[in-house]
Design a protein around this ligand. Structure first.
Ligand code: FAD
Length: 467
């Protein structure tokens, strides 16, 4: 009887415990379901769909090299997994765990069904270095502060990555009907905005491994300084590969070897932030739609376009309320008149990625100087980032907004001009993304930094005084 390995956020054949189990159990068939129907599962943004398309194409090739067919199906995962299992007469069903609440509900339902149907069903840890329910504080709760969290997690011995299975374990019998990748329409039609993405990125595990090897060889030793410099290639650019599971965190961790220079420890702790974001998301499934610190429900964020924002927030006090829709568009399109913000937003739109330092500056500018709700920024990033991550994106937005776990205090307001001078001292980053900088074509500043900063601090003070 064949076994099914159900791929999700783990689009790789190396270090894949579910694939290993399927291969050990019998002839393997791989399945990927594009699930846009199950309740509560967040639909992919545009840049993610582009990445997913290419990543699935690469996975299909990697599996084909092992003789394992990849079935693609679109629809509600529970019924597709059941149907495929039944029509193949499969004896085993394997997957690597996911950690979102809606996804876990789907998986638990399928597991119960498969158990009753007498299938051999098992799930594995592959996408995170820690299982969020296993790592608890002394009192048994979730961690809300990064440093003790990471101290606990990183004290563990993380398993070595698993090798790619050998060829010859693929199922060669008749397959049920499946979809053509192209029929899913994941790639943009017209206008095709994906040229810049393709310039910067090659999705797929092979490219991920190459980038990891290059970074460990060339970038890691200078990471502690280089990571802050958007004008250099100082950070690893591994985020989309980790997001889609083309690289496993175990592979990345072990590639650092046992040497723990300052740079290697800082890099390892960035992997720790990824774990911490998922820890928060596991314990707070509403991370993208609710402030972790509820006092921020009283903060008068603007919600341009109205509608879905919290009605209590529309007291009109915060600067930018009337002009918020136009300011929001200027922010999205990189024409705020603040070059560090604009360069970042243009980099994002062009390449599907923005440097971390600039993400912080652009996000702070949106929520503090423009007074616009962090959820709108989160949604924009969700749509435009190739590494758009259900945990890291909202957790970082809440970190910047001050409403999150172990967040940057609200009163720490980045000055985009000071950040530019410090982190792009020769203006290389700005010149690259804003060729018209310094000419009359470059837009005027849309707000005054000093006034908006003072207004934001005042709104924060009022929010706290209500108690
Ligand atoms: P490196 O500096 O080389 O770090 C290595 C890896 O560590 C990254 O690939 C990533 O997996 C992880 N990492 C680093 N910093 C963080 C962090 N602060 N939080 C979580 N993981 C981290 N990262 C995402 O992967 N997806 C997102 O959707 C996302 N949204 C963000 C939104 C905002 C407002 C901010 C401020 C940050 C966001 N980040 C997000 C975190 C960070 O900016 C990116 O992970 C990083 O820029 C990716 O580039 P890199 O791979 O070169 O990072």
């Amino acid at each position: 009887k064949p076994s099914i390995v159900w791929f999700r956020d783990d689009l790789r054949v190396a270090d894949n415990p579910a694939l290993r189990a399927a291969v050990d159990d019998g002839a393997a068939v791989a399945l990927y379901v594009l699930d846009e129907e199950s309740q509560g599962i967040r639909a992919h943004g545009g840049a993610s769909r582009w990445w997913l398309h290419h990543s699935l194409a690469a996975l299909g090739e990697d599996l084909a090299a092992l003789g394992i067919p990849l079935l693609l199906r679109r629809g509600d995962a529970a019924s597709i997994v059941r149907k495929t299992t039944t029509s193949l007469g499969a004896g085993g069903l394997y997957w690597n765990r996911r950690y979102g609440a809606a996804e876990r509900t789907v998986d638990a339902g399928i597991k119960a069904w498969a158990g009753e149907a007498g299938l051999h069903v098992a799930s594995f840890q592959a996408s995170l270095l820690h299982e969020p329910w296993e790592v608890t504080t002394k009192t048994g709760g979730q961690y809300k502060v990064f440093t003790p969290f990471w101290r606990t997690v990183s004290a563990q011995d993380f398993r070595e990555p698993l090798a790619v299975p050998e060829e010859g374990h693929g199922f060669t019998g008749e397959l049920p009907a499946y979809d053509e990748l192209d029929s899913w329409g994941l790639l943009p039609g017209k206008p095709d905005w994906s040229g810049g993405l393709a310039e910067m990125w090659t999705p797929g595990a092979a490219a991920g491994h190459k980038r990891l090897a290059d970074f460990v060889a060339d970038g890691l030793s200078n990471y502690s300084e280089g990571r802050n410099r958007p004008d250099t290639d100082g950070s690893s650019c591994l985020s989309p590969y980790l997001r889609w599971g083309e690289l496993s965190p175990f592979e990345v961790w072990h590639s650092l070897g046992s040497r723990r220079s300052e740079s290697a420890s800082i890099f390892a702790s960035e992997l720790g932030w990824r774990e911490f974001c998922w820890h928060q998301y596991f314990h707070n499934p509403e991370l993208a739609t609710a402030n972790l610190r509820p006092e921020f429900d009283r903060f008068p964020w603007a919600w341009p376009g109205g509608g879905t924002g919290d009605a209590n927030n529309s007291n009109g006090k915060h600067p930018g309320h009337e002009s918020a829709p136009e300011e929001f568009r200027a922010w999205q399109q990189g024409r705020t008149g603040f070059p560090m913000v604009d360069a970042g937003q243009r980099q994002l739109w062009h390449s599907g990625w923005m440097h971390n330092r600039v993400r912080m500056v652009a996000a702070s500018f949106l929520v503090k100087n423009l007074g616009i709700h962090w959820q709108l920024g989160e949604q924009w990033f969700w749509d435009t980032l190739v590494d758009a991550d259900p945990a890291s994106n909202p957790a970082n937005w809440q970190w910047v907004a001050g409403s999150g776990a172990d967040a940057s205090p609200f009163f720490r307001i980045f000055n985009p001009e000071a950040q530019r001078v410090k982190f792009d001292p020769q203006g290389k980053y700005i010149a690259h993304w804003i060729p018209e900088f310094g000419t009359p074509e470059y837009p005027e500043e849309i707000v005054d930094l000093k006034t908006t900063r003072a207004e934001a601090l005042e709104a924060y003070k009022e929010m706290r005084e209500v108690h």
